[in-house]
Design a protein around this ligand. Sequence first.
Ligand code: G1P
Length: 287
Amino acid sequence: MAVHKAVVPAAGLGTRFLPATKAQPKEMLVLVDKPAIQYIVEEGVAAGVRNFLVVTGRNKKSLEDHFDRAPELEAALRQKGEWELLATVEETARLAAVHYVRQPEARGLGDAVACAAAFVGDEDFAVLLPDDLILADPPCLAQMLAVKEAYGGAVVALEEVEPAQTQRYGIIRGREIDRGVWRIDDLVEKPTPAEAPSHLAVVGRYLLPGRLFPILAATPPGAGGEIQLTDALRVLARDYPLYGYLFTGRRFDVGDKLGFLTATVELALARPDLGPAFAAYLRRILL
Ligand code: G1P
């Protein structure tokens, strides 16, 4: 069951990274040598997604430039014979068809996804949250597609979290029907540890049906006064099969400084060109 379209909400103000995000979208912050959003788009492409809709706000122009051609830069690299760099630059523009829509006001994740209604129509689609960087092989979205192929319905990525952390996530109630596959009966957005129905949190990857859009349009503000995707999924789950999948891999919250730093270290260590020297440096300063 192929999914060709993905929605990438990127309209947040990125206040956790000020002043870096004063004039620059947080999705363009660099992890080693690629902006965070490129890792997300690459994960989608690896799962067969060809069209991305980035939901942006004001101040996001560099995002558009990043996935566009850069004729002056390309000409300069060509003239210098920098073929590898030229390929890197051209590749970002060729990666996928990237479209943009503005979310006029920051009214929550559910509202951001609702901005994609006309783009998606009634197809199945993916939602990829750029704050969640997931290192996995196969990539997380591809793992979820395999679950969708086997069970149908909608699929969200799950991760077990510490009881004290439930207030940062959408938390599910459900039962495990196969290894790592949960049938979801209900979800709650950011419950206190006492209210949380489990320790299974939804993380930023979703495979959803187009029929979610009318539900989103009717979803009132919820937790934090925002229109929550979780609240719409809760309505969807009443008469549409919703599954959660405990993916294999590791997630980094790159919307958080510590998560961003750990992801940077892990990505750098995994790079053949940087890893050995960086590991030697880390060993030296830790001893
Ligand atoms: C959003 C969702 C939440 C989900 C989380 C995953 O929250 O609302 O349900 O668990 O992403 O990262 P946010 O991180 O935008 O507060």
